[in-house]
Design a binder for this molecule. Sequence first.
Ligand code: ARG
Length: 276
Amino acid sequence: MSRTVVRTMTGALALAAATAVIPLVSPATAVADSIIIGGTPAHVADSPWVVALSSRDRFGGTRAGQFCGGVVVEPKKVLTAAHCLSREALGTDVGQVSDLRIISGRDELNGTGGKEIPVSGTWVNPGFDAATNGGDVAVLTLSEALPEQDTIPMAESGDSAYRAGTAATVYGWGDTTGYGDYASSLRSAGVSIMPDSSCEQAYPGGRTGAYDASSMLCAGEPEGGYDACQGDSGGPLVAQGRLVGLVSWGNGCGRAGSPGVYTRISAAIGWMTAAD
Ligand code: ARG
């Protein structure tokens, strides 16, 4: 199918292995300036709940095996995107990945700061639909607890942080250009939460995907230029100090009229509660 960008962890990862990578970013027109367009360096000291998902075994050691983002919501629980743990993304069943870890407290993937914590359990939302990207959430259980101060609260349904026009920030180590330029250091970009009507208009279904307001939210800027991209999946979208979304999909990266689409955290809370 041609919605490549939507779920092409695989392509991105193949590229990642071959090239160098960076984070959040931008549009085709901005290539020359890629590293600055849209995103700026971010620091885990200010956002300790942002973590990288890693498997050197699956993705090689150049960027510490980073392949997706995640966010710490309890000392031993990390949320990420379900599609990050798919066979399509990992090339094998998640249960077969023996060195699945999260990297916490480290801005620079090639550095030695922070810690790497093995994942001892995974829950993938059984309602995840790879064809639509609906229900795109998974929970990782850590083998060692992180400090309570490293967690971020999840915004429940009705939280003002979901209101259209709210300023939000997305974090990650993904592609900074849309051409496989993966970041080695954490970056973040400011985006605005968009009205569901604009998201529906941008993604009416068909080639570029369908937006579902009950399980997704979308964010960006009308002119494009600020967005998440490949490799950022599963990472946090934060507004008013609370977690509102997880990077899920989009049509290209940072294009005008094609905002980034995120898993709606209030919906994810419902799916996770149902599983308890
Ligand atoms: N599916 C991508 C990933 O696995 C994330 C794409 C997000 N795209 C966007 N334009 N916001 O890393």
